[in-house]
Design a protein around this ligand. Structure first.
Ligand SMILES: *Cc1c(COP(=O)(O)O)cnc(C)c1O
Length: 217
């Protein structure tokens, strides 16, 4: 997989070192996380709070392992994510931003949590993410939140249609977010089947599951 990512980066004229590959371990046991760690993987992702929390606990002895939360958050549970996640890729509404905006009283010294705004690039409002027209307003809200650091934007390509066109749209949104804060320059995009398109459109954080872990479902 590393070779495929490296060659997609070279094809796009990009330095592979700019890319962070997050291995998505959902549906797989904590033992798989140990195996990946032994192979050198340090960034892992989960999309459900309970599963993420349990696996992070089971693997807490693995030094330098970084958990990324990539799934939908409930405002009520959002604060708990801070206890195990290095970053959150799925801020998708004001209530979730507000839930994470202030430091957790139980972790007063924790640094601000790096976070991406998830954008819905489909026609279906029920899919995760904010509408493109609402990205800037949410970005301003994140920038005003003392306990969050805006990293950039995140999206999942629509099931139908061209992934490349969707990622091109995401790149445009990234450009406008960067006018608010040049540091918010990261783009979390690209999964097992569309990572090359995402890399071609500037993705910096790939979220790869089945191509690395195999299918469990
Ligand atoms: C599962 C998941 C991935 C990984 O998907 P694959 O197709 O298995 O690579 C990436 N992002 C999110 C948000 C996911 O839920």
């Amino acid at each position: 997989m590393t070779e495929r990512i490296t060659s997609a980066a070279r094809d796009a004229g990009r330095d592979p070192a700019e890319l962070t590959t997050i291995v998505v371990t959902k549906f797989h046991p904590a033992d798989l996380v140990r195996d990946l760690y032994a192979l050198g993987v340090r960034d892992v992702g989960e999309n459900r709070h309970q599963e993420a929390r349990d696996k992070a606990e089971e693997t807490s002895d693995l030094e330098g392992l970084r958990w990324h939360f990539i799934g939908q958050l409930q405002s009520k549970k959002a604060r708990q994510v801070r206890r195990y996640a290095l970053s959150v890729h799925s801020l998708d509404r004001a209530s979730v931003v507000d839930a994470l905006a202030q430091p957790d009283p139980e972790l007063p010294d924790a640094p601000p949590l790096p976070a991406f705004i998830q954008v819905n690039l489909t026609e279906d409002p029920a899919r995760g993410g904010v509408q493109p027209s609402d990205v800037l307003a949410l970005a301003e809200r994140v920038l005003a939140a003392p306990a969050l650091t805006l990293q950039g934007v995140m999206a999942v390509a629509p099931l139908e249609g061209e992934a490349r066109a969707a990622f091109a749209k995401l790149r445009e949104l990234s450009d406008s977010v960067r006018t608010l804060d040049p540091a918010a320059r990261f783009i979390s995009a690209g999964m097992s089947h569309d990572f090359a398109d995402a890399i071609a459109e500037g993705a910096t954080h790939l979220r790869i599951g089945s191509a690395i872990t195999g299918n469990r479902r």
